[in-house]
Design a binder for this molecule. Structure first.
Ligand SMILES: Cc1cc2nc3c(=O)[nH]c(=O)nc-3n(C[C@H](O)[C@H](O)[C@H](O)COP(=O)(O)O)c2cc1C
Ligand code: SF4
Length: 512
């Protein structure tokens, strides 16, 4: 008898030894095992997470290293039998069962490159519906779903699409932002490695909706595994008639090209990304015109994040109302939160908007990995604000975070315990901005360098008050006068650190 065993090929799982585990299983069990590869389910502290197909579903074991394999096989792994690493049926695991996975519904469940499995699990229902109802109704559906951009700025996706649809006839493009530069974020990568057809379908729906025949995926070069999966999936989609001159027999033309970015944070900003896609240095374009009016090669362009586009198939397949039902206030649907840093259980949690920071840290994260109190979390990447424990009851949704001077961004949440030095973190924010600045505008180019110098002086105890006053003034100028969000948001971590953790900026006793 042959038993099917799943071992993820997701980059996070591979980093934790999944390839060695897969090899050990294939060698030790031989013909008794049919090895299949999936994406990660996002329970990273349990990777490599091995799943065995048994009569009662898929039984998970984890984390399974190559060294664990002989013992596990001996104790009945292939029959799903008891073992200290046995986690039980994976779908019922509380960490997963309590989530509301819409965008990530398939990730970890299927072989990412199995188009039949994609179809059988509801794939391409969204595109079929979009082709049936036509462009205007498709855009309306996206608008009514309340979907907002998951890349960072949270702009309503339907309005962006409508703007492109309303442009005079001519060439239009879909540009997928897969640069995923924010620290502590990995949802784009997980999605592309775990369910690439979902992104391809979402981009195709966008193409059909706004009348674009070409799409580009701008993928960071630091994601070689995602690049490989996406390139293969694109080829498979082309061969199956899901891309090309006659998409699914609709006579609609749409194809996608994969482009690798050279690795600069600023290339994730949409206008910089367009410059880079056109073969130039990643530098901000002054707006207006918006990319939706004059974007790639001067043509109207939809620029959307991977998660935004990968959410569109579920919106179309199940209807705007079904998606809107999730979430609260102006934050509709679900958000794939990425929990990282000093937590016991890091990973991807897709939930309706509204979960509080504390619930995320405690219920999912299980508290800090070091066992010390969590003192601060940074939400929304390197330009996100730091929240102190007194703000941990804030719901993770756009308006609630904005009301306390923070932002959700791409949904990255990084935890720090009480050993963190917030002065160092503020200094790092300015250094990061100085390093990543495209240099086009003075507040960011000069302000970040001076800001880093001033904070270094504070750390050395040199003219503390004058330097802190200078930092505040620089932050004000950067906030008000920067050309884009890099300089415009770098003050967030600095000012929040100053506001909530002032004790870290005071003179310290020698040795501290
Ligand atoms: C400095 C900077 C870096 C950014 N990096 C990314 C990124 O890596 N990925 C992304 O999707 N959006 C990023 N954005 C946001 C994009 O400019 C843009 O808002 C987004 O791609 C639009 O897609 P959405 O509406 O689907 O979110 C960044 C913005 C700024 C200011
Ligand atoms: S804020 Fe910084 S990154 Fe943005 S345009 Fe100005 S110099 Fe460039």
């Amino acid at each position: 008898m042959t038993t099917t065993v799943w071992v993820p090929r997701d980059a996070g799982a591979l980093a934790l030894g999944a390839e060695a585990t897969a090899r050990a299983l294939a060698t030790a069990a031989g013909a008794g095992v049919r090895l299949r590869r999936n994406g990660s389910r996002g329970l990273y502290w349990l990777e490599p997470l091995v799943e065995v197909e048994c009569g009662d579903g898929r039984i998970a074991y984890g984390p399974v290293t190559a060294r664990d394999v002989p013992g596990l096989l001996q104790q009945g792994l292939l029959r799903g039998e008891a073992h200290p690493l046995r986690l039980g049926p994976i779908e019922g695991h509380p960490w997963l069962a309590s989530q509301q996975r819409l965008t990530f519904a398939r990730v970890g469940g299927i072989d990412p490159l199995d188009l039949d499995a994609y179809d059988q699990s509801g794939g391409y229902r969204g595109l079929k519906r979009a082709l049936e109802i036509g462009p205007a109704a498709t855009v309306k559906e996206v608008l009514e779903s309340g979907l907002r951009g998951r890349g960072g700025a949270a702009f309503p996706t339907g309005i962006k699409w409508q703007t492109v649809l309303d442009q005079p006839p001519g060439q239009r493009y879909i540009a997928c932002n897969a640069d995923e530069g924010d620290s502590g974020t990995f949802s784009d990568r997980m999605l592309m490695e775990g369910d690439p057809f979902c992104l391809i379908e979402g981009m195709t729906i966008a193409g059909v909706a706004v009348g674009a025949t070409r799409g580009f995926i701008y993928l960071r070069i630091e994601y070689p595994h995602a690049a490989e999966v996406m390139a293969t999936a694109l080829e498979l989609a082309r061969r199956a008639g899901r891309l090309g001159k006659d998409v699914m027999g609709s006579k609609r033309d749409f194809d996608i090209e994969l482009r690798l970015g050279a690795g600069a944070y600023i290339c994730g900003e949409e206008t910089s990304m367009l410059e880079s896609l056109e073969g130039r240095r990643g530098e901000i374009r002054v707006r207006p015109p918006l990319p939706a009016e004059k974007g790639l090669f001067g043509a109207p362009t939809v620029v959307n994040n991977v998660v935004t586009l990968a959410t569109v198939p579920t919106v179309l397949a199940n209807g705007a109302a079904a998606y809107r039902d999730f979430g609260q206030a102006k934050s509709r649907g679900t958000m794939p939160l990425q929990l990282a840093g000093n937590v016991r259980r890091g990973g991807l949690i897709e939930r309706a908007f509204g979960l509080t920071v504390r619930e995320l840290l405690e219920d999912y994260g299980g508290g800090s990995a070091t066992g010390r109190p969590i003192r601060a979390v940074q939400i929304g990447g390197p330009l996100g604000a730091y929240l102190p424990a007194s703000q941990f009851d804030t719901p993770l949704e756009y308006e609630a975070l904005s009301a306390i001077g923070a932002m959700l961004g791409h949904g990255g949440v990084v935890a720090f315990d009480d050993t963190v030095d917030m002065l160092q973190m503020a200094h790092y924010a300015m250094q990061f901005c100085a390093h990543e600045s495209c240099g086009k505008c003075t507040p960011c180019r000069i302000g970040s360098v001076r800001g880093a110098e001033a904070l270094a002086n504070v750390a050395r105890g040199v003219d503390r008050d004058a330097n802190l006053a200078l930092v505040e003034e620089l932050c004000d100028t950067m906030l008000q006068a920067s050309l884009c969000g890099l300089g415009g948001m770098a003050p967030y971590p600095v000012l929040s650190a100053l506001k909530h953790f002032p004790e870290d900026f005071r003179p310290r006793a020698p040795g501290h």
